[in-house]
Design a protein around this ligand. Structure first.
Ligand SMILES: [Zn+2]
Length: 481
């Protein structure tokens, strides 16, 4: 089911759902049994994330995702009273929006990151969404809805509602004759918005960002609204109250001295990267050429980074290398810049040079996820599974839950003709993506593969039994509906 399909389905009262549709729905637990626990919320969050990952806008770009999580951690670690795990993820979507889902999952659209003119502005929206999570708004909606005709599934609508533009949701709701019910839920969230503003500002200020950024950002979005064909940006449509509240807060903040908070290099580089990904390569090249020529930029390094990335997409490798040399001479050393340099070589087909480049980059920045993936990938492209497995193995020692490492590992084992190991690694990847049925299937193939030694075979059999148990338990829960 697509993410969009999910929206339409969750807005239908559960009792009216055809059985066939209900099967694909996230498991919400039994709403009649007490309040929605943090564990149930976490599990619901995992289910929804499976749908989100299948959405065409979802991006697992390591550099951007790691940047968003680093910024989120900065907010969470110093922000006021935040005791909760957050996972931030990127949606490659021009719509200016961010949204909180159950279990601490927060989506940030690339449109929002590009619209932010300062890191504090981006941080202000993230802090607001984090506040929805810390105040357990979703669980509270689910509890509130227990006695209404709308079952707990409708609460999910709120989460998904914030995820997508309100016009989508109202369209789906009207089609299903549920407009009134949706309006009730919307009213219910207004108190949540006020609370998220208040707590979000505390988080923002506690982490040392400019508290005025929230108001500045909303004002700019409001002004830009006229330029939008489809009306206000989705974030303003789902957060109309926020703007009024923020204007209020700003009046009070105006008496405080102005606080200059410098933007991180990552903020600038990630914005350049996202622009290259969203625009056509020709458009982004022109954009960065002009910004460099007119010296109209927030960061010269980021503009040149954007120009080089555009040139790579245009396959103009000679000029990309030339501009990259200038970038490297003028900008401070940074893993994203090193990675871009290596990617020029890889895209230009200079595989041996790319291997050496990524190896050096990983030595300089051993913790960088993107470099690890790229290095292992280029080794596999060159038909060298052994060193690729060594790189992946080292990383797995610290990050055993990273499904992408297992997928790379499976590719390496396939290249070596090790079928048991290949399917076991694929199964481990699926399990970490929440696809237990797929994991069981892969582990069954692994056991039957006929290769591997006694130790490997019994380990795979034990793992198959474990995964079957988890898969059975999850099926049983679903059949309770
Ligand atoms: Zn909100």
């Amino acid at each position: 089911m697509t993410f969009r399909g999910l929206i339409a389905v969750v807005l239908t009262p559960f009792a009216l759902l055809p059985a066939a549709l209900a099967q694909g729905l996230p498991d919400l637990g039994d709403a009649s049994q007490g309040s929605f626990s943090a564990l149930e919320e976490r599990r619901l969050g995992d289910e929804i994330m499976r749908e989100v990952r299948a959405d065409k806008h979802y991006s697992d770009d390591a550099e951007t995702t790691d940047y968003l999580n680093a910024l989120g951690n900065r907010l969470a670690s110093k922000g006021a009273d935040v005791r909760q795990d957050f996972q931030f993820f990127l949606m490659q979507d021009r719509q200016i929006n961010a949204f909180a889902l159950p279990g601490g999952n927060i989506g940030v659209n690339s449109g929002l990151i590009l619209a932010a003119q300062a890191e504090s502005e981006l941080a202000s929206v993230m802090a607001h969404e984090m506040a929805h999570v810390t105040q357990r708004h979703i669980a509270r909606i689910i509890d509130q809805q227990k006695n209404s005709t709308i079952m707990s599934l409708a609460a999910l609508a709120i989460a998904v509602l914030a995820a997508r533009s309100s016009s989508d949701v109202s369209g789906a709701a009207l089609a299903l004759g549920q407009a009134g019910a949706v309006q009730n839920l919307l009213n219910f969230t207004r108190d949540h918005e006020r609370e998220a503003d208040r707590v979000g500002l505390q988080i923002l200020e506690g982490a040392g960002f400019d508290p005025r950024a929230m108001a500045t950002f909303f004002e700019r979005l409001q002004r830009a609204t006229r330029a939008y064909d489809g009306g206000a940006p989705s974030y303003l449509r789902t957060h109309p109250m926020t703007y009024e509240r923020i204007a209020d807060i700003q009046n009070r903040l105006d008496r405080l001295p102005y606080k200059q908070v410098p933007d991180s290099t990552e903020f600038q580089l990630v914005r350049a990267k996202l622009r290259v990904d969203l625009d056509t390569p020709g458009d982004s090249r022109t954009f960065f050429e002009e910004s460099l020529a007119e010296r109209r930029f927030l960061s010269e390094a980021a503009s040149r980074y954007g120009l080089v990335a555009s040139l790579v997409r245009l396959k103009d490798y000679a000029r990309a290398k030339k501009e990259f040399e200038t970038l490297r001479k003028t900008a401070a050393a940074h893993p994203m810049i090193e990675t871009l340099g290596c990617r020029i070589r890889r895209e230009a087909g200079e595989i041996e040079a790319a291997i050496g480049c990524f190896r050096d980059a990983l030595r300089a920045y051993p913790r960088e996820r993107a470099i690890t993936y790229d290095y292992a990938d280029v080794l596999l492209t060159a038909g060298r599974p052994e060193p690729a497995l060594a790189v992946i193995g080292t990383r797995l020692q610290s990050f055993a839950e990273d499904h992408r490492l297992y997928l790379l590992q499976a590719r390496a084992y396939a290249m070596q003709g090790k079928r048991l190991a290949q399917h076991r690694a694929t199964g481990e990847a699926y399990a970490r993506m929440g696809n237990y049925a797929g994991a069981v299937e892969q582990m069954r193939i692994a056991v039957k593969s006929g290769d591997g030694d006694f130790y490997q075979l019994s380990a795979a059999e034990a793992r198959l039994r474990e995964l079957r148990k988890i898969d059975d338990a999850m099926r049983k829960e679903k059949s309770r509906f």
